[in-house]
Design a protein around this ligand. Structure first.
Ligand SMILES: [Zn+2]
Length: 237
């Protein structure tokens, strides 16, 4: 899948700069960014507005819709991103995302930052992370697009309890760090390093044949899935 031009990524698609620079304050927002990302950052009040037209990005539905469009460019395949079965669901999902996505992405950015802390600065790969409603038919809680640079991790926070978000980020981070989809010995070593560094139980694969080891690592750290992930994205937890 070709990489989309940079300009096609909507400004509401998270804060891709924050995770690479732990401890730094967020970069100041530039003109044109969504008001959600830059509340009160401009002193426009002392001059009359150029236009009385409302900013479309001030509408949660528009923000959510743009965010999902941005995710479709980052997923391995655009149909991996759920949009709702019908127009009512679509409106609900987009509106809920427009209202809540920045807080969700901030929590994921903190998980990503914790993973980065397990490696020296020079060994940290450029990685972006976003909360995403992954289409239920894909049957996955998260995905890692290693074909993009920065590597992109999408986490369906609707399918996983908040207590398990770090675990699921750790698993995808290991793929992103290695730029590999495999659940092999190098994956085992990076995953073990992350688990030990972050206080999670490390995987145990001693004496396992390669198939059993692969199956064990595929689901490590273990996270329970919720039955109806889209209910979360419609605010019906
Ligand atoms: Zn995996």
């Amino acid at each position: 899948m070709p990489q989309p031009p940079h300009s096609s990524i909507p400004p509401s698609a998270g804060d891709p700069h924050r995770e690479g620079s732990p401890g730094e304050p967020p970069k100041s927002s530039s003109e044109g960014l969504s008001p959600v990302l830059s509340p009160g950052s401009h002193s426009r009040s002392d001059r009359p507005p150029a236009s009385q037209l409302p900013d479309p990005m001030s509408d949660p539905f528009v923000r959510g819709s743009e965010y999902l469009n941005g995710l479709r460019q980052k997923a391995l395949t655009s149909d991996a991103i759920a949009g709702g079965e019908d127009i009512i669901d679509r409106i609900r999902i987009c509106t809920w995302i427009g209202e809540h996505i920045d807080a969700l992405n901030q929590e994921l950015a903190e998980c990503l930052c914790a993973c980065h802390q397990c490696f020296p600065t020079q060994d940290r790969r450029a990685i972006e992370i976003f909360a995403a409603p992954i289409a239920p038919e894909f049957g996955i809680d998260a995905l890692c697009n290693i074909l993009l640079d920065p590597v992109v991790i999408l986490i369906d926070v609707g399918r996983t309890a908040p207590a398990d978000w770090l675990s699921i980020v750790v698993h995808e981070y290991a793929h992103a760090h290695l730029k590999s989809p495999g659940h092999d010995r190098p994956f085992f070593e990076v995953l073990t390093h992350l688990c030990l560094g972050l206080g999670l139980p490390p995987p145990v694969v001693e004496g396992m044949d390669p198939q059993t080891m692969e199956a064990t690592l595929r689901n490590w750290p273990h996270c329970g899935s919720t039955a109806d992930s889209l209910a979360f994205w419609m605010g019906r937890e």
